[in-house]
Design a protein around this ligand. Structure first.
Ligand SMILES: [Fe+2]
Length: 186
């Protein structure tokens, strides 16, 4: 099956997402997903990235705070209105939000559930460093802080652990995600 191109995905993202923080988050999750794909699905690196890029597409178009279950389905609706037909992309976007009720079935779905909170977690850790830069963050901090449940409590530890269903231990995932976030420029 022919997947949506990265170029077209980015065009759609820019049309529906304006918040700088959201855009930055989308690009960070794209970078982490690509890094994971290099290991787990080497022929699908661009597509895994696109899933990361588009996973929060509806962020500014639905009332996810009061109705968490619409976050995901609304993105699919937007994509369909843009002429996109891609079941794997749709399933992955739905799965990234377990509140959507989508049953988690595949590796890419576990990967996105884990990658999403990890990007925010690394950003939060960077804030403790004097220069507040992701490039200063040590992999060991990402492992140590994981156990401090009150630190960056919004970064769902259980979701991040989904990476182990892909056969990647958490410590290794932390290193991979950090590497991905250090090498992407916004
Ligand atoms: Fe997200």
């Amino acid at each position: 099956m022919e997947h949506i191109s990265r170029e077209r995905a980015y065009e759609i993202l820019k049309k529906y997402m304006v918040g700088e923080n959201y855009l930055q988050h989308s690009l960070a999750v794209e970078a982490i997903m690509k890094k994971l794909a290099e290991r787990l699905a080497p022929d699908e690196v661009e597509f895994w990235g696109v899933c990361g890029l588009l996973h929060d597409l509806d962020e500014e178009h639905c009332d996810w705070k009061n109705h968490p279950e619409v976050h995901g389905p609304k993105s699919v609706e937007i994509l369909k209105s843009e002429g996109v037909e891609d079941e794997i992309l749709f399933n992955t976007i739905m799965a990234h939000n377990p509140d959507s009720g989508k049953r988690i079935e595949s590796m890419i779905e576990h990967a996105i559930i884990a990658a999403d909170p990890m990007s925010g977690f690394i950003k939060a850790i960077a804030q403790i460093y004097p220069d507040k830069k992701v490039s200063s963050v040590k992999p060991k901090s990402v492992t140590k802080r994981f156990k401090e449940t009150r630190f960056a409590a919004g970064a769902n530890r259980e979701y991040m652990m989904h990476i182990e269903r892909c056969g990647i231990p958490y410590a290794e995932f932390a290193e991979m995600a950090l590497d991905a976030m250090k090498n992407f420029t916004y």
